[in-house]
Design a protein around this ligand. Sequence first.
Ligand code: PDD
Length: 292
Amino acid sequence: MSRIAYVNGRYVPHRSAMVHIEDRGYQYADAVYEVCEVSDGALVDMTRHLDRLDRSLRELRIRPPMSRGALATVLHRTVALNRVRDGFVYLQVSRGVARRDHFLPDPALPPAVVVTARSVDRAAAERTARKGIAVVTVPDNRWGRPDIKTVQLLPNTLAKQVAKEAGASEAWFVDASGHVTEGGSTNAWIVTKDGRLVTRQADSSILRGITRTGVMDLVKRRNLLVEERAFTVEEALGAAEAFVTSASNPVTPVVRINGNMIGDGSPGPVALALRAAFHEVTELSRPVNHGK
Ligand code: PDD
């Protein structure tokens, strides 16, 4: 089946989907994005993703490209056209196309919107989770606002490449004081030996993950203890468990950090239980049926 992308008002074949060379996303990383999980054809926590998109757009002073209802329709339609049952939908909004100039263009410039959708192999993701992943730590060399979901991801891609070359699947960024901020494309969590969950407070140093928020809901529902605070690499090495969260693979156990085994080197019970129960607390959104 050929893939379809949404580009600035049109659904086009993925292979010939193009943006202009002076798209500000291309020239200045002047764009924001969202990745929303698709589970059994439904968008997972779409409302929270669109709320975060609104915030990212506001922070960068990019105009909302269309109404929320219209955006939801485009997301659902792209998922349907690509026949995605389990996978994710990607949405990018750039400030638009304008002659290259560092100053911001006329605020009336229409933003540029791209949406793609892709299936994932659930069974493969499940096998990965059953084994657990390895992470390595790298210095956090990103700009000061990783709380905004911009496409400025070069430090993240380079960090993840370092991880890959070391036989790991994720890199954890570490700030100047030795505390873990987050993963290259995930939020980082540990479970202490006395059973408390710890993840960094969602200030300007990390992205407030939608999956992180969902896991918080689940943790509260189960009366587990959670602390939103920074933790050091050393504390993580001595933890009972570690895991990462993101929309592309909700809860993934971490079994090695910098080559050191976490716990007994296999996925921990807390991470596996949260993974199994994650969709109990999420909003599942399906296209509105207009009776047609
Ligand atoms: N990444 N931190 C970073 C730096 C991320 O890029 C992501 C998501 C997260 C987790 O956020 P959420 O739970 O909302 O997915 C945390 C997406 C999946 C990506 O770039 O592909």
